[in-house]
Design a protein around this ligand. Structure first.
Ligand code: MN
Length: 291
């Protein structure tokens, strides 16, 4: 299955757009991966200025190819993110954060990914980790940086709560065999270049999906290329995603929304250079359902 990306405007001061693949009508999740946005490459004058906003029930993975972003959050983290380093924010029961791209000579080019937490972990305390020293493999024209989980015998130190893998693949021109775990489903997001995944052309920002049961896939890079490989065991739970919250019931979302808009201590507070905070929008006039 090929999932084409669609343009989405973020709620930011600069009106920047992203290319989103999942969630999609035909594909809600890949393992616990539940949200895939590809941003840029774009000039820093159109950078990312996302004021304070909350999250629940998920982990955010911010991964840069170019540029720099400053992350601040309500548990006191202040972190400059650079390419090749992983920022992982575990919202658990609730956190708030802001993101500001810094003026440099580089373009900003990134993915932001969300990982759903299993039901038993929805109430964990919020946490933040910065992984600057991730395992990297180089084999036959493939460079693989392991962000989370294990790939070809290398395991990232990143905290995860369900069986999951995330790898940045940088491919030289040519055809490459990539090993897969048959217990996982996978998505291959094309970030840069012209690629055929299992014989199918995957445009930049689009994602090629595979169900469980595969042990390998061939990727033909017609140019030097970068892809994100996202995999995991089928999640096995329905989740309810609304705005920046993940829960299981309509009431989970109603409560989180009210608490954020009332600036409840559940989401903490912090100071940044952006100032202000993004209120949660109105709920639709219906009962939200987990899917
Ligand atoms: Mn966020």
């Amino acid at each position: 299955m090929l999932i084409e990306s669609r343009p989405v405007k973020l709620t930011t001061r600069t009106g920047v757009g992203v290319n989103r693949t999942i969630p999609h009508g035909r594909l809600r999740m890949i393992g616990a991966w539940c949200f895939v946005d590809h941003f840029g490459p774009t000039d820093q004058t159109d950078g990312m200025v996302v004021a304070a906003h909350p999250h629940t029930g998920l982990q955010t993975v911010t991964w840069l190819f170019e540029g720099q972003i400053e992350h601040r959050d309500s548990i006191g983290s202040v972190q400059l993110i650079e390419p090749g380093q992983l920022n992982l924010m575990t919202a658990g029961q609730g956190i708030s954060h802001s993101e500001l791209s810094l003026a440099t000579t580089q373009n900003l080019h990134a993915v932001q990914l969300w990982v759903a937490l299993p039901s038993k972990d929805l109430v964990i305390a919020p946490a933040f980790e910065h992984q600057a020293d991730l395992p990297e493999l180089r084999v036959d024209g493939v460079r693989a940086k392991v962000l989370i989980g294990s790939f070809m015998g290398q395991t990232a130190p990143t905290t995860n709560y369900s069986p999951l893998v995330g790898v940045e693949l940088t491919l030289e021109k040519g055809t490459h065999k990539i090993q897969l775990n048959p217990e996982f489903e996978y998505g291959f997001l094309n970030v840069v270049g012209e690629v055929l995944v299992a014989g199918e052309d995957v445009p930049v920002s689009a994602l090629k999906y595979f169900e469980t049961g595969r042990t390998e896939v061939y990727i033909e890079a017609k140019t030097h290329a970068t892809l994100m490989m996202l995999g995991g065991k089928p999640f096995g739970e329905k989740i309810l995603m609304w705005w920046n919250f993940i829960g299981r019931t309509h009431q989970d979302i109603v409560t989180a929304r009210e608490q954020w808009n009332q600036r409840d201590q559940r989401f903490g507070e912090f100071e940044d250079q952006i100032g202000g905070w993004i209120p949660a929008p109105e709920l639709p006039n219906l009962t939200l359902q987990a899917r």
